[in-house]
Every structure is written in C-alpha cells, then in structure tokens.
Design a protein around this ligand. Structure first.
Ligand code: FMN
Length: 322
C-alpha cells in the first residue's frame, strides 16, 4: 500500500511534515497544501519557501496547485521544476465557498469543457508529471462517470479520489460506487481518500476494494499522528510520544522564527483534532483553548497529560469546521 499524507492547509507545513516524519516514519508521500498562484503563476515567497527542498529534506513531497488558468499552472510548474520537483498535483477538490464560485478547486468540476481545455493545455506543455486530486462532482457522485471520461483523455500520473461530491464538504458518507468506477476504469493509478479515520474504517475500505494499493489519510492522521503505523498493524500511539511530538513541533516553530501568537494558533488548530484522545478532560481542554501565550499553553498541556484521560483508541468523530 502506498500511503500518503493528505495536503491540509494551515496544518501540514514543512515543519509539521518533517517533525511528523521524524517521530512517525513510514509515510510514503506527503502532499503539500495548495499554492494559489496569481495570473502570472506567482505565489508569495513564504508559500514557496514551504517547498524549499532544504526544509523538506528526506521527504517524498508532491506540491499542489489550485488554479484554473493553464498559463499560471504552467509558469508555477516550471518554477517547481527548477526547485527539483518531478510531479505536481492539481487541486480539483477544494469545496470552499470562496474558491468554488471562481471555478477553482471542486469548482472545476462544474464545467467539464473548461476542465478538458485546461488539462489539454497543461498536458501539452507541463515539464512535470501531473496528478489530480478530485471530488466526485459538485452535487452528486452521479456526475463522476463524465468527469472520469475527461481525466482518462490525459496521462495523469495518479488520480486521487476524495470520494464525496463538493456539496458533501467533509460531512457526507463517502460514495463507494463512483470510487469503484474509478478503480475499474481510470487509466491512471487510483488513490482512495475520505474518512479513513481509524483501523476499522481502513479495514472496511480494504474489504470493499481488496486490490486497492494507494491510500491518502488526512484528518485521521492529524488526529492521531501514529495512524499510518496503526493501519500497518503497528503499536498504538503512546502518551509520551504524542507529547514529545507536540513539544518538538512547538520547538521547531520557535526555531523557524514564527511569532508566539502564530505558533499558538497553529498548535490550537492541531489540538482541535488531537483532543478527541482525551475523553472526559473537558476542563483541561478548555484551559488549553483559553491559553493566550505559550507558557499558558504548556501548563495546560501538562495538565492534560497528567489527567490520565489519554485514550489512543477513542473514536475521532470527524466533525470539522468548514
Ligand atoms: C483543514 C483542512 C485543510 C485542507 N487543505 C487541503 C489542501 O490544501 N489541498 C487539498 O487538496 N485538500 C485539502 N483538504 C482536504 C484533505 O486533503 C482531504 O481530502 C479531506 O480531509 C478528506 O480526507 P480525510 O477524510 O482523510 O480527512 C483539507 C482539509 C481540511 C480539513
């Protein structure tokens, strides 16, 4: 099984990726959160820095682009090529209300003629291999057969299918029927994504698709950073290693020169997912949420780990902000 860490904007920066790989080795590929170029294909220096090969040493990393203008996609791909990348991923899945109306992300699936033209231009000139991360459609998985026909006209290096339509956001039950079609009919290798939040969900996916050999984990791996290991039959996450991982992340953010306020924001966002492993520790979690500086945060984390409430098998509800 080729196991990939999903792109998670605001969460899986280079600091997260490298720290994660150090503590929880075994991820075959990390996909970077999307770059959203302007019309000339330019992005902010800080966004490009996140992909600096030196800051992503020893990782297999695939950059991702969110854009619907082939010239911009190609210009940025050339820049990525100059940085040493060999593959780029197109985001055809972002469901955000600020992205979709601009016909980007999942919004590309609303007009298949435009998607086709976009891919034709990109594939005629892109110096990199191009993979796509897609939703099943805008409103329903019934749209997927036509979408797949478009993808099959091009030599995609991989088709990652987040098995929900855009309207399902991160809530709806993944639709396995259209995913089965992708596995059967896609010219490109297919990767499953969507709601593999624990071992039970993984086993269910494997039962449905015994031949599946590519899997991408997102929220489940943020919520339990040892999830890749657990799915491969390894040991459950231990409290000490979670603590050491979170401490190392905090230290790495500091070393990178990030302002305290921003570090706190990033860590709290992570805790939004991690907190499910502390059932019954509402008081300590509230204190963590209220932390205004890193020393408050560190005291709250100390109390949480001392609470004895850590349970690595507690179910991650998968309920998320949108
Ligand atoms: C906070 C957040 C940020 C995300 N950022 C990206 C992104 O930058 N690019 C992308 O293709 N998908 C992004 N996604 C979608 C995930 O990569 C993934 O497809 C989705 O969470 C479903 O997988 P999961 O059920 O394993 O979490 C994001 C999702 C969340 C919740």
């Amino acid at each position: 099984m080729i196991a990939s860490f999903a792109p998670m904007e605001g969460l899986t920066s280079h600091i997260y990726r490298r720290t994660h790989a150090r503590f929880f080795p075994g991820v075959d590929r990390y996909y970077a959160p999307f770059l959203a170029p302007d019309g000339q294909g330019k992005v902010k220096a800080s966004a490009l820095r996140d992909l600096d090969p030196e800051l992503n040493r020893d990782l297999s990393l695939v950059p991702q682009i969110l854009c619907n203008r082939p010239e911009a996609f190609l210009a940025l791909s050339r820049e990525l090529e100059a940085m040493g990348y060999e593959e780029v991923n197109l985001n055809a899945g972002c469901p955000s209300g600020t992205v979709v109306p601009k016909h980007k992300g999942a919004g590309m699936l609303a007009d298949l003629d435009s998607l086709d033209r976009f891919l034709a231009e990109v594939f005629s000139a892109c110096p990199l291999r191009v993979s796509v991360k897609t939703r099943l459609g805008m409103e329903s998985g019934a749209e997927f057969p036509r979408i797949l026909e478009v993808y099959n006209r091009y030599p995609l290096s991989e088709l990652i299918v987040h098995a929900r339509p855009r309207d399902g956001m991160y809530r709806s039950t993944p639709e396995l029927g259209p995913f089965a079609l992708a596995l059967a009919k896609s010219r490109a290798p297919v990767c499953y994504n969507g709601n593999v939040l624990d071992r039970k969900a993984y086993e269910k996916v494997l039962l449905n698709f015994p031949g599946l050999d590519r899997l991408m984990l997102g929220r489940g791996a943020i919520a339990n950073p040892a999830l890749f290991r657990v799915l491969r039959g390894g040991t459950a996450l231990e409290a000490q290693e979670l603590r050491a991982f979170l401490d190392a992340l905090c230290a790495a953010f500091r070393e990178d020169g990030l302002q305290e306020r921003l570090i706190l924001g990033r860590l709290k966002e992570l805790w939004y997912y991690v907190n499910h492993m502390f059932p019954g520790a509402e008081r300590e979690l509230k204190q963590l949420n209220k932390a205004r500086c890193l020393s408050d945060y560190e005291s709250a984390v100390g109390l949480l780990f001392a609470s004895g409430r850590f349970d690595p098998d507690a179910a991650f509800p998968g309920a998320l902000p949108e």
